[in-house]
Design a protein around this ligand. Structure first.
Ligand code: NIG
Ligand code: FE
Length: 404
């Protein structure tokens, strides 16, 4: 047999088999399907066998093996929402917010995304590559092996082009150890030199989207559908153009206002729609009847001091829920999605399987990666490893890093 590997001596093997069977909805704690004293067999493409080690089929016994020393193996952790390629920082704005200024108020007086636009435009391509590398390695140190990265802090033709190419370089450099999903998001804010959002879409976003779609560089596209950024019409136009080019779409929606963003995203078959703090019943119903993932970003809620979303409304309606870090310089300067999810699950009233699905199975689906997110035969062999004796310890010890 070619390139077969056996992982042995797994104290607890979190398979998420039940979660995969249920497509990540209506999950119960037992859908985690944990196997004690487990083993997994795989080749370079897929998982071949999963079970209790004492039942390992004879044919695999002499294959090369990895000893997990009684540790935990889980489906690979996925951070399905980051903006990690940026220059500068917004530490001062955080202090301003502590002292009473609001996020939107700071943004409308030239801070916010436009502040990071200036910081990013000052950084050279090499500097952006270097900060990107460091941040990716840091996320990986928490056990995260698939990372979505959005462009969107260049906000002009030249710099947005550079940012997408920087993400592409990082993607190639880290594959296959770390899988990067390149999300095209110049529709992140409208720079001051444009009088309307449509003008910016037509002059910067759409020409670049066409170019990158021809070159096959981007994996999906995203837009900040919010008052003061891109409105319902802009977003509909944006989705239409992207879908005509065969691109997969996502949105930042209903964060500060109910803009019917979740409904619009579902209508266009979006992979995910993210934030959703103000989404009302009609949006939740639309999500429940669709394969669009609701990507809730609790780190942003904590960082901005917002009331958290009522996650149970989504979960109980049968919506597929994921959690991403939203790691960015302004609204969530917090890069550890495992810690964010572990900490938020109590507030969200998520059970343990819903928590794990949010950062494995459903997070993969939010990126269109349907062949990962569970350790079952036929899925891709993408795992995370932890040097603890039980799955429970990983989410119990907030911020302790057991990944190896
Ligand atoms: O996801 N909403 C738009 N983008 C980021 C905020 C980025 C920033 O403040 O720099 C977000 O929260
Ligand atoms: Fe975001």
């Amino acid at each position: 047999m070619k390139n077969v590997t056996v992982i042995k001596n797994i104290g607890e093997l979190l398979t998420m088999q039940g979660a995969a069977i249920k497509d990540g909805r209506y999950l119960l704690p037992e859908d985690k399907n944990i196997i004690s004293n487990g083993a997994v067999v795989y080749d370079e493409n897929q998982i071949l066998w999963v079970g209790v080690e004492s039942e390992l089929p004879k044919e695999y016994k002499s294959e090369k093996s990895i000893d997990l020393n009684g540790g935990v193996l889980t489906p690979e952790l996925v951070d399905c929402h980051t903006h990690l390629v940026f220059g500068g920082d917004r530490a001062f704005e955080y202090s301003m917010r502590l002292d009473g200024r609001g996020y939107e108020d700071i943004a409308s007086s030239g801070g916010g995304i436009l502040n990071t636009m200036r910081g990013t435009n000052k950084a050279s391509e090499d500097e952006l590559l270097e900060v990107g590398r460091k941040r990716i390695e840091k996320l990986n140190s928490y056990g995260v092996g698939t990372i979505e990265i959005k462009s969107g802090y260049g906000l002009n033709l030249e710099k947005e082009c550079e940012l997408t190419l920087v993400i592409d370089k990082l993607k190639k450099e880290f594959a296959p150890r770390i899988q990067i999903i390149n999300t095209f998001m110049p529709a992140h804010a409208v720079p001051k030199e444009f009088t309307t959002s449509k003008q910016y879409l037509n002059q910067v976003v759409f020409p670049l989207m066409e170019e990158f779609s021809d070159k096959g560089i981007i994996d999906c596209v995203d837009i900040f559908h919010e008052k003061g950024y891109f409105d319902f019409d802009d977003t509909e136009l944006f989705f239409g153009r992207a879908l005509d080019l065969g691109l997969k779409v996502k949105s930042h929606a209903d964060e500060f206002n109910d803009n019917k963003g979740a409904i619009l995203a579902v209508k266009h078959g979006a992979l995910s729609t993210d934030h959703l703090l103000c989404t009302t019943e009609d949006g939740i119903a639309a999500l429940a009847g669709s394969s669009t993932v609701a990507n809730l970003l609790p780190g942003t809620g904590f960082f901005l001091g917002e009331t958290q979303v009522n996650a149970r409304k989504f979960l109980d309606a049968g919506v597929k829920v994921a959690i991403g870090s939203d790691y960015n310089p302004g609204s969530c300067h917090w890069d550890n999605v495992l810690m964010i999810a572990a900490m938020s699950a109590m507030t969200y009233k998520m059970n343990s399987c819903e928590l794990w699905a949010a950062i494995t199975h459903n997070a993969s689906h939010a990126l269109g990666l349907k062949k990962q997110g569970a350790i079952v035969v036929g899925m891709q062999p993408r795992f995370s490893r932890f040097s603890v004796g039980s799955v429970a310890e990983i989410t119990y010890a907030w911020g302790k890093n057991y990944a190896f």
